[in-house]
Design a binder for this molecule. Structure first.
Ligand SMILES: Cc1cc2nc3c(=O)[nH]c(=O)nc-3n(C[C@H](O)[C@H](O)[C@H](O)COP(=O)(O)O)c2cc1C
Length: 368
């Protein structure tokens, strides 16, 4: 079976973070996302039928506090992806793995098992670490040095790929792992293995993605700077003789008119934001630095409340389709999207925005 990440749609779409309570919206509104298994399965079937390419989870081990404990309840992403893949037919489902929390021999087998369950519809998001509170819970040091974080991640991924590529046991003596007679079977469903993504933003993270990933996911601040970061990432990847697709990540509030969308945005992301959780998340991500100019701080604080800091797509179906076209023209291969309540809001997006993207030639009509 073809993994949907390799289909011929010019602008691909994925749903981000439905495995976490609140999804990406740090809000107290009662309709905020309940990340139950039942909701996740119902959503995945809806997305599968609509021809959406992928679902991307967030691997989270601890919530961000506040009244809602944003993302405090979260389905573990490898077992979650195995469940969703067996309940769907076409869609790609990613798992997100923290390199430090999964031994590579165990990880290689969990990923290849999930890929076998789905006849090759699995995808892997590699995270090399940033969340100090979670590392404390595991009593694992989060290295200060990005060279160490990504050096460890490189060895972790090299071991996994070698297990997948080798039929005879091998010894591994590296800087971080010392292993004997390493072996794993089954292998992934396709010889090429599952598509790999990474969302590192540091220089080391971008180098890691350029060397290892099929896709780099990057946060979009504005279209102009987005276009130049796509160019830089493509240039970096070409130095390693590789082509890396660049995706971004956005949140959607789509209503019949721009003013209705803005009104709902004001209601959930300002009047009813869970500001304590917003501040905790921003602090953990290092965005409370004193050097941050106040206007930029306010912009980011608002974007964090509304969608975890990602790019806003707020308006009518025409507005959303036009914005997505600008993102495509900036060089992006696609974007993830999120909603306050995925199940309530996705059908309107499917019925109104997808046909507009097809009319613009960015996507082909859905063929069941
Ligand atoms: C689309 C996307 C998905 C991500 N998924 C996760 C995740 O599931 N878990 C997590 O801890 N970090 C996640 N991150 C964080 C990044 O993987 C990365 O660790 C962070 O941006 C810091 O990168 P840096 O250390 O290279 O600066 C995600 C980021 C983006 C943009």
């Amino acid at each position: 079976m073809q993994n949907q990440m390799f289909n011929s749609n010019k602008f691909k779409l994925g749903i981000f973070s439905p495995n976490c309570s609140g999804g990406m919206a740090i809000t107290k509104v009662p309709e905020r996302w309940d990340a139950s298994w039942e909701n996740n399965l119902k959503l995945a079937k809806m997305l599968d039928e609509a021809g959406i390419e992928f679902i991307l989870p967030i691997a989270r081990w601890k919530g961000y506090g506040g009244e809602t404990d944003f993302q405090g309840s979260n389905l573990e992403t490898i077992s979650w992806s195995a469940g969703l893949l067996s309940g769907t037919k076409r869609i790609t489902v990613f798992s997100t793995a923290h390199t430090s929390f999964h031994h590579p021999i165990v990880a290689a087998k969990m990923f290849s098992t999930t890929d076998q369950i789905s006849s090759g519809r699995f995808g892997l998001n590699v995270v090399c670490g940033w969340n100090a509170k979670e590392y404390e819970m595991f009593n694992i040091d989060l290295p200060d040095s990005h060279d160490v974080r990504y050096g460890y991640g490189q060895e972790w991924l090299d071991i996994i790929k070698k297990i997948w590529a080798t039929d005879t046991p091998f010894d591994w003596q590296g800087k971080y792992f010392d292993l004997r007679e390493v072996y794993g079977d089954p292998k992934p469903f396709n010889k090429s293995g599952p598509p790999i993504m990474n969302a590192g933003s540091s220089e080391q993270g971008q180098n890691f993605a350029a060397q290892n990933a099929n896709y780099l996911f990057t946060v979009l601040v504005d279209i102009e700077s987005g276009a130049s970061s796509v160019k830089n990432i493509k240039t970096l990847a070409s130095k390693y003789g590789r082509d890396v697709g660049v995706f971004t990540t956005s949140y959607v509030v789509c209503r019949p008119s721009d003013s209705e969308a803005k009104e709902y945005h004001e209601y959930y992301a300002n009047q009813n934001a869970d500001w304590d959780a917003v501040d905790k998340l921003m602090e953990l991500q290092g965005l409370h630095a004193k050097s941050f100019p106040p206007e930029a701080f306010k912009l980011y604080r608002d974007r964090f409340a509304a969608g975890h800091g990602v790019y806003p797509l707020v308006g009518s179906p025409d507005h959303i389709a036009n914005e997505m076209t600008k993102i495509y023209n900036a060089g992006f291969s696609g974007t993830t999207i999120t909603f306050v309540n995925y199940i309530d809001e996705f059908p309107y997006f499917r019925d109104e925005v997808l046909p507009r993207l097809e009319a613009k030639g960015l996507r082909l009509p859905n063929s069941q």
